[in-house]
Design a protein around this ligand. Structure first.
Ligand SMILES: Cc1cc2nc3c(=O)[nH]c(=O)nc-3n(C[C@H](O)[C@H](O)[C@H](O)COP(=O)(O)O)c2cc1C
Length: 216
């Protein structure tokens, strides 16, 4: 029996980001669980998130041949059993790099617009990193918003009902709060052992989300 494949999509503009690190942690955990890994680092692969004429849907032709680059991404999606986008939460949503990948690749006639969805049967865990703490007054609202847009608006809409959104809170080395007047303040930066423990716990939470979602 061939190993199932996990497509881990890293959406960050810096190679040394915490997001890229969590992408590596997720890939390692999936590999340990027996998955073959396809690590798609959108920055490293030079993916341009801007929509192009070639990849714009033609509502009269769901069989439109999109650009070779986008077709290559579609093939990687089709080959995956599990899809795990790893991204920083920007404005309660995904960063432009990931949004553009969805816009261009999860396209009409491929992601949606067919009676039998091409992506049916796949599973998807959206793994977002957020600066806000889980006790922050925005946290529940952010989770709800991400859930609506990503799990329902994208995964479910594209034939993947088995999906979830997990948020790793406190993804900064120092706590952040916004008071009633809108003033932003940062706590003392973590250093030394406390910093190492903070990031180790974050790695562990990322692994835990994968384990819980996939039953590892
Ligand atoms: C443009 C921008 C928008 C952001 N929006 C949010 C937000 O809506 N909610 C939140 O909790 N954090 C927000 N953050 C904080 C990021 O989620 C956080 O810095 C990131 O997850 C840290 O990971 P990184 O070091 O890999 O970038 C935002 C950061 C930026 C730069």
């Amino acid at each position: 029996m061939t190993a199932p494949t996990a497509l881990v999509v890293v959406a960050h503009h810096r190679a040394d980001s915490l997001t890229a690190h969590v992408g590596d942690v997720a890939a390692a955990r999936l590999k340990e669980a027996g998955y073959a890994i396809d690590l798609l680092d959108l920055r490293a692969e030079g993916f341009d998130p801007r929509m192009t004429e070639a990849d714009q849907p033609d509502w009269d032709d769901r069989d439109k041949a999109y650009s070779p680059e986008v077709r290559a991404h579609m093939a990687r999606l089709l080959a995956a059993d599990v899809i795990v986008p790893v991204f920083p939460v920007y404005w309660n949503g995904v960063p432009a790099l990931l949004k553009g990948w969805i816009d261009r690749v999860w396209n009409y006639g491929f992601g949606y617009g067919r009676s039998e969805p091409r992506l049916a049967g796949k599973r998807m865990l959206w793994l977002g990193l957020a600066g806000a703490g889980d006790g922050d007054e925005f946290a529940a609202w952010m989770q709800e918003t991400l859930d609506r847009v990503l799990r329902e608006g994208i995964s479910f809409y594209c034939g993947i009902p088995d999906s979830a959104v997990a948020v790793l809170h406190d993804a900064e080395g120092e706590s952040q709060t916004v008071d009633a007047e809108g003033n932003f303040s940062k706590g003392a930066p973590l250093t030394g052992d406390a910093r190492a423990a903070h990031y180790a716990a974050l790695d562990r939470r990322a692994e835990h989300h994968l384990e819980a979602f996939l039953g590892l």
